[in-house]
Design a protein around this ligand. Structure first.
Ligand code: NDP
Length: 248
């Protein structure tokens, strides 16, 4: 068998060049801040407005390959080297019942959540293959494998990320690149705060942990997957859902 070639023991000390899509708010912002706190070099993508305070940003529309390409080029200039860690986090929902879902709502969600991650991964691996090292982390959702009434488009897009990560693992696992999926459950954000108390109670009753996740709890798992301790984890789906999706 080929001799294992583990990462150098001190690689935790080396700052990584990290790109987080949709890192201007929500979970993406928490992820970007977690990496920055650990001393890594972070660039976030944002579609409009300004980058968040204290972080460098580049504009990116993940449904547009040219925009993705330009954002990576700009990010790599800011970082001074190719992206070593890609966190594909940008995502949208357009909920509706199957019978009434428009082509446009289905396609927009798949184009952003699944094809957007594909476009970013395709661009990211150029530098990673050359470096013979890289980490790709795709932000999915518990509903990708559990399913969710009213979210056929969203759940299909999030399930697709599993096939994407596993195929990247098979194609590029021999070149020091890992690709993993993080599947959050309900995360405490402005969105969940706005839900009625009744609805919050209904959701909470289904979660063994009895509470929603904080964005930071998701961020720390993403950061772990990019670190030296996760060098041998690839093609995995890591739930961060308080037990909501167990067994799926
Ligand atoms: P938010 O809606 O707060 O943020 C979404 C981010 O994605 C924003 O930065 C947004 O940019 C960006 N984005 C959306 N569409 C595009 C696009 N076409 N091009 C570029 N950027 C885009 O979402 P959350 O932080 O809640 O979610 C982040 C990820 O986590 C998503 O993939 C979501 O599916 C997933 N998730 C969330 C859960 C939750 O409970 N919140 C649970 C499970 C998974 P802009 O600011 O310009 O709109």
């Amino acid at each position: 068998a080929p001799a294992p070639t583990p990462e150098p023991a001190d690689s935790s000390a080396q700052p990584q060049a990290v790109l987080v899509t949709g890192g201007n708010r929500g979970i993406g912002l928490a992820i970007a801040r977690a990496f920055a706190e650990d001393g890594h070099d972070v660039v976030v993508t944002h579609r409009s407005g300004e980058p968040p305070e204290g972080l460098r940003g580049v504009r990116c529309e993940v449904t547009d390959s040219e925009s993705v390409d330009a954002a990576f080029t700009e990010a790599e200039q800011l970082l001074g080297r190719p992206v070593q860690v890609l966190v594909a986090n940008a995502g949208i929902t357009r909920d509706g019942l199957l019978m009434r879902m428009s082509d446009e709502d289905f396609e927009a969600v798949v184009d952003t959540n699944l094809a957007g991650a594909f476009r970013c991964a395709r661009r990211a691996v150029k530098g990673m293959i050359r470096a013979r090292a890289g980490r790709i982390i795709l932000v999915s959702s518990v509903v990708g494998l559990l399913g969710s009434a009213g979210q056929t488009n969203y759940a299909a897009s999030k399930a697709g990320l599993v096939g994407l990560a596993r195929s990247i693992t098979r194609e590029l696992g021999g070149r020091g690149i890992t690709a993993n999926v993080v599947a959050p459950g309900f995360v405490r954000t402005e969105m969940t705060d706005e839900l009625s108390e009744d609805l919050q109670k209904t959701y909470l009753s289904q979660i063994p942990a009895g509470r929603f996740a904080t964005p930071e709890e998701v961020a720390r798992v993403v950061r772990f997957l990019a670190g030296p301790e996760a060098a041998y984890i690839s093609g995995a789906v890591i739930p961060v859902d308080g037990g909501l999706g167990m067994g799926h």
